[in-house]
Design a protein around this ligand. Structure first.
Ligand code: ZN
Length: 240
């Protein structure tokens, strides 16, 4: 997909399929609203038990089409060995400059997989560095205005929820595009983590999160700053 395109929103994740599983609903929702939405995968997922990097790349393309993304790039960093260093920060910062997203989605900073933790820290630093005038990165200085964090359903320090009831089916279709990972119910049932069926996990968690805000399915996000509300009388979700 396009190497350089102006985006409204860019999701950055460690492995192909992370974005679909965690924030796929929001991505689809933004696309439906006409926003230019893109994905940056840091690795090709080549350390996964099932499928190789060619399978995963073709699947990532298919998933991008299902979600309607206008941009997807893979930095081809080593899977399960993403290092938190300046070189990697600058590689991500160059993509931020090339795509100029106002909103960036990063993995939550507390994660089981070390690549997800590294991605969260690298992504934040890259957003900062991309705005420095004197730094040696191709392109014009640019800093995203907003960073939101999404978890692999493990964290509970949520700041807000997004109603993705209308995007649920399309999100599942995007995840299922990763046929090597999730396509065979016998061999791939537990690929995500021993004992977990990914679709069941997504469905259960999205319903539980949706229940908290009285919608059918929702995704939960965390931010580090506060939320400014102009009119508390109009805030959604009833208190009693
Ligand atoms: Zn991952």
């Amino acid at each position: 997909m396009a190497e350089s395109t102006k985006l409204d929103m860019l999701a950055i994740a460690a492995h192909p399929d992370d974005i679909e599983i965690t924030c796929g609903g929001l991505m689809i929702k933004m696309v439906k609203q006409g926003r230019a939405t893109g994905a940056l995968d840091l690795t090709q997922g080549e350390m996964g038990t099932l499928g190789d990097e060619n399978d995963r790349a073709a699947e990532a393309d298919r998933a991008a089409k299902v979600m309607g993304l206008s941009f997807r790039q893979n930095l081809k960093l080593p899977d399960s060995a993403i290092e938190y260093n300046q070189e990697n920060k600058l590689k991500i910062a160059a993509v931020i400059r090339a795509t100029q997203p106002e909103l960036v989605i990063l993995p939550h900073w507390e994660q089981r997989h070390p690549d997800h933790v590294a991605c969260s820290k690298l992504g934040y630093d890259a957003c900062f560095l991309a705005g420095l005038k004197k730094i040696d990165i191709e392109g014009e200085p640019f800093r995203p205005r907003k960073i939101i964090y999404v978890s692999y359903y493990r964290n509970t320090d949520y700041s807000f929820m997004v109603d993705v009831s209308d995007e649920y089916e399309q999100k599942i279709e995007a995840v299922m595009a990763y046929h090597s990972q999730f396509g065979n119910p016998v061999t791939t049932k537990h690929v995500f983590q021993p004992g977990f069926d990914i679709v069941n996990l997504m469905k259960t968690r999205m319903r539980a999160i949706g229940h908290l805000v009285v919608v059918e399915y929702a995704e939960a996000y965390t931010i580090k700053e506060n939320i400014l509300i102009n009119d508390p009388q109009k805030m959604p979700v009833q208190s009693v």
